[in-house]
Design a protein around this ligand. Structure first.
Ligand SMILES: C[S@@+](CC[C@H](N)C(=O)[O-])C[C@H]1O[C@@H](n2cnc3c(N)ncnc32)[C@H](O)[C@@H]1O
Length: 346
C-alpha cells in the first residue's frame, strides 16, 4: 500500500515550507482519486493491465491526458505501473471496482463530495444565515443523486464493521418493535431484524432519504418486517409502542437542547422497559482526545448541518438521556467510528 504521508511529503518542493505547501496541494491528489472513481478507471482495469493509449482510445480521452492521469493515480495509490502499462493496486482493485464484495465507492464518493462544502467553509462561517449542505445543489437531479449516494455511503459504512459492533454491544432479545430515527439506509435496523427473527423495524427519515432504504429492505428480503415513516423528527409523529429506539449518527447534528428534545420524543413513543440506543461519534472512554477526525466531523456538523451540534462526550449523552427521563444509562466505548450509550425507560 502506498504511504500517503510520504506522497504528501513529496508534494512540497525543496525550499517551500513543507506543511503549508503540502496542505495547499492535498486537494490535488483527492481530486485525482475523485475523478478516477467518476471515470471508472479501476473498473476498467479490473480485467488486467492496460496501456494509457488503449484506455484513452476506449474512453475517447486524449492519450497525453490519460498518461498523466494514470501516473497521478499511481501517486494516489490506486494504480501501479507495469512496464509501459498500468494495473489496479490492491487497494484500488479491492475497494473501487463496482460489484466486488468490499466495494467502497459510494462511501468514497460521499466523503469526497464533502470537499465541495469545505471549499465554501469561509463564506459559510461568515454567513449570518443558517447554512445547509443543500445549498450546493444546482438541479433536482443533482440533489437526488446526492441523496442516493449519501444513503448508499451510510450503508457501506454501517455494513463494514459498525453493524457487527452494535449487535455485539446491545442485546435486543425479546424486543418486538424497533424505531430507527434518522435511519439513513436503515442498515442497522436491517442487521437487527436479520439477527432477531421476532423483531420488527420502523424506519423514520426525511422523505427524500427513504427510497434508497426501502429498496435495500426489499433487496434484503425484509419487506414484511420493516416499514417506514417519513417526516421531520422534531415535529412529525414517530409512532408508538416501541421497545427499542435507535439514534445512529443523528444526534451529532443537533444542539444539546435538540438532543434532549429528540430523546424525550423517543421516550414518549416507547413502552416502559424500552431501551434507547445512541450510536454516534462520541468522546468516550479511551477516545476523549480531539482527534483530527473529531475536529473535522464536528466542523461539518456545526457549520453545515444545523449549526449547533458537534461531538459531545459519553457523559453529556448520559446527562441528556437522564433529562429525557431515561435511567440505567450505560456507556459502551468502541474502537470504530461510533461508540454507544444506552438508557432504559423506567
Ligand atoms: C448521518 S445520517 C445517519 C444515517 C443512519 N442513522 C446511519 O447511522 O447510517 C443522518 C440521517 O438523519 C436524517 N435527518 C436529518 N435531519 C432530520 C430531520 N429533521 N428529520 C428526520 N430525519 C433527519 C438524514 O436524512 C440522514 O438520513
Amino acid at each position: 500500500m502506498v504511504d500517503i504521508g510520504a506522497v504528501f511529503a513529496n508534494l512540497a518542493d525543496t525550499g517551500e515550507p513543507p506543511l503549508i505547501s503540502q496542505l495547499a496541494r492535498a486537494s490535488w491528489l483527492a481530486g485525482v482519486a475523485k475523478s478516477a472513481v467518476k471515470l471508472g478507471i479501476c473498473d476498467r482495469l479490473s480485467g488486467g493491465k492496460r496501456t494509457a493509449a488503449a484506455l484513452a482510445k476506449d474512453m475517447g480521452i486524449k492519450p497525453l491526458h490519460m498518461e498523466w492521469m494514470l501516473n497521478s493515480c499511481v501517486s494516489a495509490g490506486l494504480l501501479e505501473n507495469v512496464g509501459d502499462a498500468f494495473q489496479n493496486s490492491k487497494e484500488g482493485d479491492t475497494y473501487l471496482v463496482k460489484g466486488k464484495p468490499a466495494y467502497y465507492g459510494e462511501a468514497f464518493t460521499y466523503l469526497s463530495s464533502l470537499g465541495t462544502l469545505f471549499d465554501q467553509l469561509d463564506t459559510a462561517m461568515l454567513s449570518t444565515e443558517a447554512v445547509s449542505h443543500e445549498m450546493v445543489f444546482k438541479t433536482e437531479e443533482e440533489e437526488r443523486a446526492y441523496w442516493t449516494n449519501y444513503m448508499l455511503a451510510m450503508d457501506q459504512w454501517g455494513g463494514r464493521m459498525q453493524e457487527e459492533m452494535l449487535l455485539r454491544s446491545v442485546d435486543l432479545t425479546g424486543r418486538k418493535k424497533l424505531l430507527d430515527v434518522g435511519c439513513g439506509s436503515g442498515v442497522y435496523t436491517m442487521a437487527c431484524c436479520a439477527k432477531y427473527p421476532d423483531l420488527k423495524g420502523v424506519l423514520f427519515d426525511q422523505q427524500k432519504a427513504l427510497p434508497v432504504a426501502l429498496s435495500l429492505v426489499e433487496q434484503r428480503g425484509l419487506k414484511g418486517r420493516i416499514s417506514s415513516l417519513a417526516g421531520n423528527y422534531y415535529t412529525d409523529d414517530l409512532g408508538s409502542g416501541y421497545d427499542a429506539v435507535l439514534f445512529s449518527g443523528v444526534l451529532i447534528q443537533e444542539s444539546p437542547e435538540g438532543q434532549i428534545t429528540l430523546l424525550k420524543r423517543a421516550f414518549d413513543a416507547m413502552n416502559p422497559g424500552g431501551i434507547v440506543i445512541v450510536q454516534d461519534i462520541l468522546k468516550i472512554g479511551p477516545y476523549t482526545e480531539t482527534s483530527p477526525k473529531i475536529a473535522l466531523e464536528s466542523l461539518v456538523a456545526t457549520v453545515f448541518y444545523g449549526g449547533a451540534g458537534g461531538v459531545v462526550s459519553g457523559d453529556d449523552t448520559e446527562g441528556f438521556m437522564a433529562k429525557a427521563g431515561f435511567t440505567r444509562t450505560r456507556q459502551i466505548p468502541l474502537p470504530g467510528v461510533y461508540s454507544i450509550v444506552t438508557g432504559v425507560k423506567p
